[in-house]
Write a protein that binds this ligand. Structure first.
Ligand code: AR6
Length: 180
């Protein structure tokens, strides 16, 4: 099987392997930094694929607000991506796990689903937030994320499909293990 599905009533969480910038969904979630700058990792890839409109909308959003704290998220246009919105979620930097990292990571996922739901969206694609440059151990992150996403889906009105898009084989295997 090349993907894993977790069914929850009429909703589903799918774990797939791929490049999130190629997803066709209502919202693509970005693992951002506090000031919504292009950055590296999946964030750099999303900004490059989306083009100038995304980076400019990020600047517009930040002109009206304080930097994000870990666990927060904000929506912008999606530029050239095949999505209606990009939801920029800030995950925690890993400091060993006893500095509120699980709570902040759960909040980043939950808040992104809440924003998508308020926008009336049905499908969202997530990367594995915090598990690259921010150093969160992959398996631990997958467990926290899946638990948060289950709860968020149960409360959502419009969101029906969540896709977790894993770029590399190790990440994909870790998430499959957590899902099972
Ligand atoms: N599609 C899906 N997943 C990807 C892709 C892609 N195209 N490219 C990388 N990943 P990271 P973080 C995976 O470092 O840890 C940025 O500079 C990658 O393998 O992108 O939350 C931001 O601006 C990893 O598993 O995000 C922040 O400063 C996962 O995406 C900081 O990095 C997340 O890795 C955020 O760090």
């Amino acid at each position: 099987m090349n993907h894993e599905e977790i069914r929850l009533g009429s909703s589903v969480i799918k774990i797939v392997r791929g490049d999130i910038t190629r997803e066709r969904v209502d919202a693509i979630v970005n693992a951002t930094n506090a000031s919504l700058r292009p950055g590296g990792g999946v964030c750099g890839a999303i900004h490059s694929a989306a083009g100038k409109a995304l980076t400019e909308d990020c600047r517009r959003v930040m002109a009206d607000r304080e930097p994000l704290v870990p666990g927060e998220a904000a929506a912008t246009v999606a530029g050239d991506l095949d999505a209606k919105y990009v939801i920029h979620a800030l995950g925690p930097v890993w400091h060993g796990g006893d500095q509120g990292e699980p709570e902040a990571l759960a909040s980043a996922y939950r808040t992104s689903v809440e924003i998508a739901d308020k926008l009336g969206l049905q499908s969202i694609a997530f990367p594995s937030i915090s598990t690259g440059i921010y150093g969160y151990p992959m398996m631990a992150a997958a467990h926290v994320a899946l638990r948060a996403l289950r709860l968020a889906l149960e409360r959502a009105h419009s969101v029906r499909e969540i896709r977790i898009v894993l770029y590399d084989a190790d990440a994909y295997e870790a998430w499959l293990g957590a899902a099972r």
